[in-house]
Design a protein around this ligand. Structure first.
Ligand code: PSU
Length: 312
């Protein structure tokens, strides 16, 4: 009997394929941040700048999305623009649960941290830079709203660079779940776990490293030990771009109260909160968001470079 499963629907863009084949550093990027994380046209501008930042630091960027029934690893400028222009309600926000269904349906889909990790691994990419990861939402003890990003970090061998997690989440519970799942959480260059727009969440990070080469080495040792899973690198926002906790928290609390009042749930929670905080801070949260993604892209390029050096 022939195998009824279709061929792997993976389309790696030529510049990404060439870099991977040559063992050169590649950094994966997600697309939910483009479609559901930022408004048009700043989303497209951010996506382009982040890719350029990675090139300027000696690595090849690979933005990942589901388009035309295939996993696209690396987007042409035309596809990048088409995705950024697509209204949020016409793009599926994809995690592990819905990625195969989106491919079967031929839908356009943006990959979250979880789905981007899965696609990066399929393509052979070890490093992925983003803004913030999903986590344990406040009130999770009754809503059970815990992002699938956390599980994914425990099972898929990709190093994810993020600016910590947002104060819209329950940060102590997020760190607890990561610990339970066996995910290494490594703060870069400081002891504190960063909180996205702010450098310090008030919580200590479980691990600290100051050298990108050691971060790559820790991932490689994890492989050698036969341990599945990735690691989370929590990279604080640059000091000049940060919004101190005391300034951002009123907007966060107001957005959370509105979400509860309007009954916003499940996948809609994070995009709703992000856009309300953007409005409440008069765009300041978005400017900070863009700066921290650029900062993560730079660290991602350095870690990817260390990975390729290890294989050279
Ligand atoms: N945090 C951000 N910006 C984002 C997201 C999180 O600061 O765009 C996106 C990421 O794609 C992340 C997803 O994987 O939201 C988490 O969604 P949820 O909480 O529904 O799992």
């Amino acid at each position: 009997m022939t195998n009824p499963a279709p061929a792997l629907p993976l389309a790696i863009e030529p510049s990404v394929k060439a870099a991977l084949d040559a063992g050169q550093p590649v950094v994966a990027l997600e697309s939910t941040i483009i479609t559901h994380g930022m408004p048009w046209p700043q989303n497209l501008e951010m996506a382009r700048r982040v890719e350029q930042e990675i090139r300027d630091h000696g690595a090849t960027p690979a933005t990942i999305a589901i388009m035309e029934g295939r996993i696209r690893v690396g987007l042409t400028p035309a596809r990048m623009e088409a995705l950024a222009r697509t209204p949020q309600d016409q793009v599926m926000k994809l995690s592990r649960a819905d990625l195969p269904a989106a491919l079967a349906l031929g839908r356009t889909g943006a990959t979250t941290v979880a789905a981007t990790m899965i696609c990066a691994e399929l393509a052979g990419i070890r490093v992925f830079a983003t803004g913030g990861i999903g986590g344990v939402h406040r009130g999770a003890e009754t809503s059970f709203d815990i992002s699938a990003d956390l599980q994914e970090l425990s099972r898929t061998p990709v190093t994810v660079i993020a600016a910590g997690a947002k104060a819209i989440l329950d940060l102590p519970k997020t760190l607890e779940v990561l610990e339970t799942l066996g995910v290494p959480v490594i703060a870069y260059g400081q002891d504190a776990f960063p909180a996205f727009w702010s450098r310090d969440s008030g919580l200590g990070a479980p691990l600290r490293m100051d050298d990108p080469a050691l971060i790559a080495r820790a991932a490689l040792i994890r492989d050698t030990l036969g341990m599945k899973g990735g690691q989370l690198v929590a990279n604080p926002i640059p000091p000049e771009a940060e919004i101190p906790r005391a300034e951002i928290m009123p907007a966060v609390e107001a957005a959370l109260a509105e979400a509860a009042q309007q009954g916003i749930a499940a996948k809609d929670v994070t995009p709703f909160l992000l856009s309300r905080i953007f409005e409440l801070t008069k765009g300041r949260s978005l400017a900070a968001n863009i700066e921290l993604v650029l900062n993560n892209a730079r660290l991602g390029a350095a870690i990817a470079t260390a990975f390729s050096a290890a294989f050279a």
